[in-house]
Design a protein around this ligand. Structure first.
Ligand code: UGA
Length: 437
């Protein structure tokens, strides 16, 4: 099938690469010329495991190409995916200006029947909006259909998720129209759900909001665990063993970050209000999430007193492992807040240090590995659960530190082990191991 994907961000680039890998002719369009030129040379704008290899080999085999010429790409394609950014506006609603601009450009170039697919995360009703924009601006009397096909991939496992989706959701005006996408996804042998457009749009928002709710729920449980001496990891395991609850997305921490949950929860609240409904639960989900970092900072101060002049080592900066994405990363909040009060920082992240530089203070020191970060530190903060941090030589780390104190927001070590090694250890939803003096 001849496919064009507009937007080469996480969703667009991964979608394009996977469709090419499945044997389709894919044109990826971006209005950022530099990005297009780099992609042609095999340089990826983002880090995502397996992506570079997949793009390179499909580019060499001429199944994927990159261009800034949207008109040409539209004319050559049967199915056009819109995968541009949908950032939050100041009032929590979703800024659809990129989607609108693309819809206008498609309208200017559409010359025969095409299917336009919304893959960007957009509020319910956007399918109708895109349809109207194209209808109003099209230059030829041609027919077209707008379909919603939300993406459920996670950063850090985007290729794996795209190849093994739990479900493919296709929201189309009719079964017939949906069949073009069914054909495109058929090689994945994944369960497919065909719905109307509005339901597909709602599935995406409701799914992200529900997952965010699970995270805020376990974080609220973690707060109580800290008070009563319970272990939130065991509580989550016990809860998650009930199939109706499920094991995933019950990891306590500093709350959800990244480019999706924070904006999508706010957007669903906004959409509800727009239709005269109040999504009470979601207000609490957002509030619980916002309270996570201030609470952690208070715990740091309870443990070490004034942070002025104290040296903190930070392991992990990205909002989650296997990505270099720093959008809404909790590390930024923690570092900036403690820095304001006079704390000093040495940090290490396997791949996101370059992206972090413009977001955290200039005097932060960037190190090559965890041992360097630990040298002379009053405390080590574990912010991201990169695999390599689990395998650290903790005896060596302890010997290098000024005070053997680890503040771990991802609970990557067991209390037994930390007790045995003689660390002071403050984690989330578990009893703290702290010296009394
Ligand atoms: C999320 C969804 O998981 C994807 O299904 C969806 O497609 C994507 O948003 C999107 O809408 O584009 P993503 O933001 O890449 O994916 O990452 P997640 O793995 O969901 O993590 C989001 C945040 O929640 C991270 O800060 C993570 O650390 C946090 N989290 C996740 C927890 O604190 N606890 C958990 O148990 C799981």
């Amino acid at each position: 099938m001849k496919v064009c994907v507009i937007g080469t961000g996480y969703v667009g680039l991964v979608t394009g690469a996977v469709f090419a890998d499945l044997g389709n002719d894919v044109i990826c369009v971006d209005n950022n010329k530099e990005k297009v030129e780099k992609l042609k040379k095999g340089i990826m704008p983002i880090y995502e495991p397996g992506l570079e290899e997949m793009v390179r080999h499909n580019y060499e085999d001429k199944r994927i190409s990159f261009t800034g010429d949207l008109g040409d790409a539209v004319r050559k394609s049967d199915v056009i995916f819109i995968a541009v950014g949908t950032p939050p506006a100041a009032d929590g609603s979703t800024d659809l200006s990129f989607v609108e601009a693309v819809a206008k450009e498609i309208a200017a170039h559409i010359d025969k029947y095409k299917i336009i697919v919304n893959k960007s995360t957009v509020p319910p009703g956007t399918g109708e909006f895109v349809r109207n924009v194209i209808e109003k601006n099209k230059r030829h009397q041609v027919d077209f259909d707008v379909v919603s096909n939300p993406e459920f991939l996670k950063e850090g496992s985007a290729i794996r998720d795209s190849y093994n989706p739990d479900r493919v959701v296709i929201g189309a005006p009719s079964q017939n129209i949906a069949m073009a996408l069914v054909e495109l996804y058929a090689p994945l042998e994944a369960p497919m759900l065909i719905t109307d457009v509005a339901s597909a749009e709602m599935i995406k928002y409701a799914s992200n909001a529900f997952l965010a709710t699970k995270i805020s729920f376990i974080n609220a449980v973690a707060n109580i665990c800290e008070r009563i001496g319970a272990d939130v990891g065991l509580v989550a395991k016990g809860m998650g063993s009930d199939k109706r609850i499920g094991k995933e997305f019950l990891m306590a921490g500093l709350g959800y970050g990244g480019s999706c949950f924070p904006k999508d929860t706010l957007s669903l609240i906004h959409t509800s209000q727009k239709f005269g409904e109040d999504f009470h639960i979601l207000h609490s989900v957002v509030k619980t999430n916002e309270e996570r970092t201030p609470r952690f900072i208070s715990r740091i101060k309870e443990t070490i007193g004034s942070v002025k002049g104290k040296k903190f080592g930070v392991l992990g900066l990205a909002f989650k492992p296997d990505t270099d994405d720093m959008r809404d990363a909790k590390s930024v909040e923690v570092i900036n807040e403690l820095h304001k009060e006079g704390a000093k920082f040495a940090v290490y992240d396997p791949i996101s240090m370059d992206n972090a530089k413009s977001m955290i203070p200039k005097d932060v020191e960037y190190m090559e590995n965890a041992s360097e970060v630990a040298k002379g530190a009053d405390a080590l903060i574990i912010m991201t659960e990169w695999k390599e941090f689990q395998g650290l030589n903790l005896e060596e780390i302890k010997a290098a530190m000024k005070r053997p104190l680890i503040l771990d927001v991802r609970n990557i070590y067991t209390l037994d082990r930390m007790e045995r090694l003689g660390f002071e250890y403050v984690s989330i939803g578990r009893r703290p191991l702290v010296s009394k003096n």
